[in-house]
Design a protein around this ligand. Sequence first.
Ligand code: GLN
Length: 545
Amino acid sequence: MPKHIFVTGGVVSSLGKGLTSAAIGLILEQRGYKVSIQKLDPYINVDPGTMSPYQHGEVYVTDDGAETDLDLGHYERFTHAKFSQASNFTTGKIYSSVIMKERRGDYLGRTVQVIPHITDALKEAVHQGASEEGVDVAISEIGGTVGDIESLPFLEAIRQFALEREPEDVMFVHVTLLPYLKASGELKTKPTQQSVGKLREIGIQPHVLVCRTEQPMTEEMGQKISLFCNVRPESVIEERDVAHTIYEVPVDLVNAGLDKIICKHFGLPDEEETNLDSWKAMIAELIETEEEVEIAVVGKYIQLHDAYKSIYEALSHGGFANGCKVKLRKVSAEDVLDEGTSILEGVSGLLIPGGFGERGLEGKIAAIRWARESGVPFFGICLGMQCAVIEYARNVLELEGAHTIEHSPDTPHPVIALMAEQEEVDEKGGTMRLGAYDCDLVDGSKTRALYGEEHISERHRHRYEFNNEYLERFEESEMNLVGFNPARGLVEIVELPEHPFFIGVQFHPEFKSRPLAAHPIFSGFVGAALVHSRGGSRVAEESMA
Ligand code: GLN
């Protein structure tokens, strides 16, 4: 039976509960335990797949095709846990399963209620999240903020869950905020006291308080929080804003003694130190390195950092792999059209992420043309790859008006077309081509060299695809088609061999990149950008040869 950690959040949202949960997972893994991590989200959408990236940030996709919360990206970047449909539940998903059972008559005529039926379904969701063979510690993060109306059933469910187990098998970690008042120059504890008060009203006494703060927390303040919140003083943990990178969080938590507190609570041996040497080395290198490479990300949701979270993280991993820092120039695709490609001048690489909708599409295409013609390294992901195909079709193959039928159903040259199985689809949620699919790489291609493997598997989230009616036209051209899905012959990767670095992929490699193991295309891309920044495209070309 696994031990369980429930992570709740207090005072405000966006405290970094996801990062804290991921960091706890990493710490336990480094101590040799197998962990699982899941997110329970109190909102009513069945999953975030249909939500705007502006509302919710990126949609993270698992191998089995679940469209999930972006916190799963943190979990996967920090740990080796397995993620699936059971890793993310929402109120919508829980209620639809209960209502389906009611319609089937499974409740035998009884009144169906929040307690026990919804709470039972939530407890079952916690079980499912921890059901993988051999899990020692299962972490469940509860989205939202304690005190929200919609999170009540979730808190009630985890209270019941704990009641049904031994006290040493369940731990409650509450992540809270100590706001800093500049005028009086002090941190305030009252919001934390009130938030813990709310939890205790429901019947949950947190064992650990992780206090997010901009300023150092004094020992006296820790004592005060301990007294008012009924939490042991050593379990009031400071989690200060990191100075350089989010990957410092686990190191800080271990320095604050959280690893020992968890082990003690669960009765797990804790003689040894948690070994985070490789993480510390990576952070030290990042702090030391002076070389910086600037990369433009041209997208539609540029104002919200979370909208392209995994892409930004994967770029930073590419930086770690190449011993440089990556500086982002976030450019709104519409601005490329309005102001021209001069707003891209000076960058050493261009990345176009995935996306939906027509806004900004022509700006992306113009940016790609600029990168192709000026020899600036280019990396296109999903819609970014589709735009690269359109740009090449229009400007090199002279297929006038070439387009994707997503935005131009009557185009004379639909180089990007709807996938056959999508024709019948009319519901939006969970109906794209989702999750992991195999891809065979063409021998002699740059992508094949980067991966060092012939057969790969990558995650997808799209409805449209390279139109194989144009296969021959492209094969006769300089744009090589170098990755194919073996089952269906779908084109998954395009590249320009004569360009210093020009790769477009239909899948989302950013989901599989890790800080200590950058995704090969990301490290190749940042490497090419670095070469470009040092001496221009001719040198880059030689280095890739
Ligand atoms: N809108 C495009 C499609 O559905 C691209 C999707 C994406 O970039 N994730 O095919």
